[in-house]
Write a protein that binds this ligand. Sequence first.
Ligand code: ADP
Length: 355
Amino acid sequence: MPVFGGLGGGKRSAIASRAAQSAGGQGTGAPMRTGYDLELVHLTKRYGDTVAVRDLNHIFAPGSYVCLLGPSGCGKSSTLRMIAGHEEVSEGSIVLDGQDVSHLPPAQRGTAMMFQNYALFPHLSVRDNVAFSLRMKGVDRTARHRRADELLALVDMTRLADRLPAQLSGGQQQRVALARALVTEPKALLLDEPLSALDPFLRIRMRAELKKLQRETGITFIHVTHGQDEALALADEIVVMNNAVIEQAGPAREVWARPRTEFVARFIGGHNVISLPQGKATVRADAVSLASEGLAATVTAVEYQGASVAVTTRTEAGEEVLALLPEDSFYAAPRSPGEAVRLRWDEARLHRLQA
Ligand code: ADP
């Protein structure tokens, strides 16, 4: 069954063929080629003297879940807003499905944006919120309500179609906002920190729903977040930004396993950065153990995390090294802050950094 009743044959077959590919091609690591190409070409954004985004060049894999990840102020939202058309491009261009959309108004780009605060119309019912953009396009009431109901079914909100936004929980409002963004059949859905307003439990549930929805629709999702766990959980591709540029982009597991720079290693978490005579390298915190021989260090903090225990140490050279130990092995020989320890890791687990 097609996800959208009102779609043309081309897109419907794209969704169908994507479903077929994901059934047959799982585990190959090959990118899906069923969605639409989205390319940033020398994309730059200036606000006065501030360069918020500097010369970005990137092709987003069609039909993938992409997370733009980076600290506050690194240029993620400016990038997203330029793609959406809510911010003017200073230099460069945005190419979607072969068309330069850089100077088109938002509604003509083939993108849709879901905002952090959902921006639902308080005086409109859930159904009318979802149908709103179709009303603007002149679609008649029966047809737009039928489409809105299809989308509400997709996000499991059929029951609450007649409610007002104020009568919904945060998670329900988010589903309505998603349905409202998807009703325009976008080629790319842009999500600006969509989970940040939710409590931790709901955030994890909604994140699973976002991922499921992306898989079902085959639409490219570009999701801005500053949370590395959120990016790792969701993304087929992670684009790490820092100081207005892309530091590294690639499949989530590759970015995590092989951070290119010290910044990425530290930001993505779970890594130690170690100075060697040949330059800097990383070693995963879960690859470090406490042993009778090895690098001398002093325990500075011990944090119980359930399945593992995080032991922070300081080496004689003054570097902080984190050992993430399985709970059992830590409690077989518990350590306390102030104790002297020896750190060990397999040389093969060292990963050289390029910068
Ligand atoms: P992020 O989403 O990664 O937090 P932003 O894209 O919001 O980063 O911001 C990037 C930089 O641009 C920051 O230095 C920010 O202060 C600046 N900036 C963002 N929006 C504006 C604006 N409307 N006017 C001036 N400076 C802005």
